[in-house]
Design a protein around this ligand. Sequence first.
Ligand code: PMP
Length: 415
Amino acid sequence: MTRAHLYTFTRSEELMDRARKVIPSGIYGHQSPTMLTFGAYPKFLARGQGCRIWDVDGNEYIDFMCSYGPIVLGHHHPKVEEAAMAQHAQADCQNFPSEKWVELAELLVSITPAADWAVFAKNGSDVTSWALAVARAYTGRDKVIMAQGAYHGTHPWCVPIPTGIPAAERALVATFQYNDLESLKRVVAENKGQVAAIIVNAFRHDLLHDEEMPAPGFLEGVRALCDQEGIVLVIDDVRAGFRLNLGGSWEPYGVRPDLICYCKAIANGYPLAAGLGREELRRMAESVFFTGSYWTAAVPMAASIATINTLREEDGIEHMRRMGQRFRDGMDQQARSLGIEITQSGPPAIPFLTFKKDAGFERSRLFCGEAARRGVFLHPHHNWFLMTAHTERDIDQALGATDEAFKVVKEQFGG
Ligand code: PMP
C-alpha cells in the first residue's frame, strides 16, 4: 500500500468532539486516544469479523490488540455467537444462575490442575481484589505484596494512577522487583508474619516495558517462600490466561498457585471473570461476601464454555504461538535488513516490540502509527495479542505494512 492510501478519520473525530461534551475526556482509561500515536488511529470502531476490524470511517485493520485481550478466537466467532444466542433466547440475567454456572465451573475445574472450585464475576479487578480478601480471611493477616509496576486493575489498592485514592488504601501493599527473588524475600522478612498474599502476573507485561518471562527458578522460589511463610500465592492470569496454556499459565513451569484470577480471553469478548482456588481455601471463599448485579448472567457463561471448548478442539494455543512466531520472525528480518535495532519480548502469542535507543518511545509511536495507517492495529506502549483467527496470510499481509512502517522509522530516525 502506498502513502496515497493512508487512512483518514473524519467520522471518528466528529464523534470525539461530541463525546468530549458529554463524557469526561471523551474516552477514558486504557482506550484513551492519548495512549496512541496522534492522528494515526481511529477513535471509534464499527464492527469486527475474524481478525479484521473496521472503524466508523470504514477503514479496515488486521487486529493485533484483540480488544486488549478478550478476543481470542476472532471477532464474532460463529461457535461462540451460536452458543451465546441460544442462551440469549432462553434468558441472561435472572433471580438465580442458569445451568451454565455449574457447567462452566465444572469445565474450568476439569482443565485446571491447580484448582478445585471456581467463582465468577465480571472484571479482572473484581477477582484480583477478591483473591486478596480470600487470602486475608485465610491467613488472618493484612499485608499483600505485588511486583513494582505490575498491573492488577483499577481498585484502590492497585490503580496505577492513585488520583482520588487515600494513602491509607495503599498502606497495606508492599512491592518487590519482578524476577528478583532476593528483593521479594527482603520484603517478606520486613513484614514477617503479616503477609497474607503475594500476587504475581503470569509473566511481566508492564506498560512501556519489554516483557519478561519468569527467570529460571523464580516461580519455584516464590512458591517455596509462600509455603515456608504461610502466604497465599495468587497468579493474576487476567491478561495471559487462555493464550499460553488452558490449564493456567504457570502449568508449563510446574508451579501451582493457590488462587487463579481469569478474565479477558475466558469468553471471547463477553463480560466474565473467574477466580479459581484449591480445596484448602474453599471455606474462606465461602465466607468472603462476593457478588454483583450481573455476575450470574448466563450468556457470557455459555460464550465461555464455547470459547474454551473451541480453543481445546482446534489447538488454538499452538496456532497462536505459531502465528505470533511468524510475525516476530518476519519483523526481526525486516528490522535487521534495515539496520534498525529492536527488541521483541514475551511469548509469541502476547508479543511486544520496542526500539533500542528509544527512551521516549518516539520510534514506537511512529512505527505503530504508520502500521495503523496501513491497516495493522498495533500499540506503541502496550503488549499486543494474537488470536486464533490470524492465518499465515493475515500475518504476511501485516508484515507488508510493518515493512513500510520500519522504512519510515529509518527515514526519520536513521535506525
Ligand atoms: N490484571 C491484569 C494482568 C490485567 O491485564 C487487567 C486488565 N488489563 C486487570 C487485572 C484488570 O482487569 P479489568 O480491567 O477487567 O478490571
